[in-house]
Design a protein around this ligand. Structure first.
Ligand code: FRU
Length: 494
């Protein structure tokens, strides 16, 4: 039944990590110590440091029985690996320690709440299924124990009609004197809903209410809920699985959506607006923390269940998380920008201006690289209808093209020529509402990823790329008119 043990996993990590060639790793994005990574988990500030856990299968570069990997950081940019925190090694989680969250409990311990998966079979003729319940581990920031031999929230606490086999991803928070948790579960129609549970001590939990239901509007099952308040608004972040695009909000597949509105316990969530958090191919399963200085900071898995199929096959590690992003709300809309700590790592900087003539493809002196933070400001005042394009990670064969279309009003990221060999969707667009007479594109590149933030983080588009690292060119193009731009470019060094 139990195939894994934490000591064995930790021993394996030590041995394996030594042999991994780190050459292709991102510099300032967290990737797994060894093997496979998906969702960020337990993102928290504990005992003077940021902690990031992640869904982890250390033994291969594909998904397998989930462990929790662990890393710590002083500044959210430079991460240090810690030994594996949780293995699927007990009677309550032997098929996997699925996603969850962390908090400093009332006794000062680091409390992890996660989904324990076990096997379940109605009778000998029925297929085996995975039963999902919420479980607890506590620790000191390095070593964690599972103090209870039972889940703290199992399917018996679900309201009528919800499926115990699709019940997961607890996000814990404090409210008043007690703890609250939001989870997702699937109802009898096959759709996800956000369920809230409350507890005075973190051990005895009771069902409080259904906060929000999918009703077929956004995807089918929902995953990875997060609930928090920022700039006087309540936010529910969710990862809808398998959206068919019919809502006109999400694009087909798996993305992250935010409901912004108001919420009081006992009254369900009153949604005022719905927003796609990132339009890119590689962005899923967000999680946030509240930093000691009050910032709400979000990270996500920089892949998704469809996009994961296009990984590089030769790596001893697979996948990475996005840059942590500071969230704010302006006029009811969520903005996100890379944490300001990244500026500590700015190396050589360059400011320059240029006019790109119609039909021209231009490179600019000193503007190139594969690890950088670059802001390009396009002057819209001239009013010539045009398309403006930045090609990054480019040479004569490869490129990732970031295009702004001033007629149709969108920003597009196209990785069709970035080196992928599979024919999945490679183009994603964010329709944009312009503000003022400038368009700002901030582009973060860290070897094999491109994160684009439009107009101060009003829109984001994230993608990974397998482009050979030697392709470090950046070119600018203009169609239908000329484009006037200003550029601020920083190399990043750790
Ligand atoms: C989201 C997810 C979660 C689950 C975990 C399993 O990507 O499917 O719902 O807990 O991954 O690894």
């Amino acid at each position: 039944m139990k195939e894994y043990s934490l000591p064995d996993t930790r021993a394996y990590e030590k041995k394996k990590a030594l042999n991994i060639n780190d050459a292709g790793r991102p510099l300032f994005h967290l990737s797994p110590m060894a093997g496979w990574m998906n969702d960020p988990n337990g993102f928290s500030f504990y005992d003077g440091q940021y902690h990031m856990f992640y869904q982890y299968y250390p033994f291969d570069n594909v998904w397998g029985p989930m462990h929790w990997g662990h890393a710590v950081s002083d500044d959210l940019i430079r991460w240090n690996y810690m030994p594996c925190a949780l293995a699927p090694d007990s009677d309550i989680d032997y098929k996997g320690c699925f996603s969850g969250s962390a908090i400093t409990d009332k006794d000062g311990r680091h409390l992890l709440i996660y989904t324990g998966v076990v096997e379940d079979q109605a009778d000998t003729k029925s297929p085996k299924r995975w039963l999902q319940s919420q479980c607890i581990a506590v620790g000191d920031g390095r070593d964690y124990i599972k103090p209870y031999d039972k889940p703290v929230i199992d399917g018996s606490k679900l309201p009528e009609g919800f499926d115990r086999h699709e019940f997961r991803d607890p996000k814990i928070f404090y409210e008043g004197e007690g703890y609250g948790v939001v989870t997702v579960a699937q109802n009898q129609d096959g759709y996800g809903a956000v369920l809230r549970f409350d507890s005075a001590d973190g051990i005895e939990w009771s069902f409080t209410e259904e906060m929000l239901a999918c009703n077929g509007n956004y995807g089918r099952m929902w995953e990875c809920p997060d609930y928090f308040r920022v700039d006087d608004k309540d936010v529910l972040l969710l990862s809808p699985l398998d959206d068919d695009g019919s809502s006109q909000v999400l694009q087909a597949g798996n993305q992250v959506i935010a409901f912004v509105g108001n919420y009081n316990k006992g009254e369900s969530f009153r949604e005022e607006s719905v927003q796609v958090i990132d339009y890119g191919m590689d962005f899923y399963a967000t999680q946030t923390l509240s930093a000691p200085d009050g910032r709400r900071i979000m990270t996500a898995w920089m892949a998704s269940w469809d996009a994961k199929l296009v990984q590089r096959e030769d790596q001893a590690w697979c996948n990475q998380l996005t840059i942590p992003r500071e969230l704010s709300i302006r006029e009811g809309v969520i903005y996100q920008k890379p944490v300001r700590e990244i500026e500590k790592y700015y190396g050589v900087g360059k400011c320059t201006g240029a006019i790109i003539r119609e039909g021209q493809k231009k490179s600019l002196d000193g503007i190139k690289g594969r690890i950088f933070d670059m802001t390009v400001i396009l002057d819209l005042a001239g009013g010539e209808p045009n398309k403006f394009r930045i090609n990054v990670c480019a040479d004569n064969c490869y490129r990732t093209a970031i295009t702004y279309d001033s007629i149709e009003k969108y920003v597009e990221v196209d990785r069709s020529h970035a080196g992928y060999r599979r024919g999945y969707a490679h183009i994603r667009r964010a329709g944009i509402v312009e503000r003022g007479d400038k368009l700002e594109l901030r582009i973060l590149v860290d070897r094999f990823s491109v994160e684009v933030f439009v107009n101060g983080g009003r829109y984001a588009i994230t993608t990974t790329i397998p482009t050979p690292e030697s392709c470090d060119g950046i070119t600018f193009e203009s169609f239908g008119g000329s484009s006037k731009i200003d550029i601020i470019m920083h190399e990043l060094r750790l």
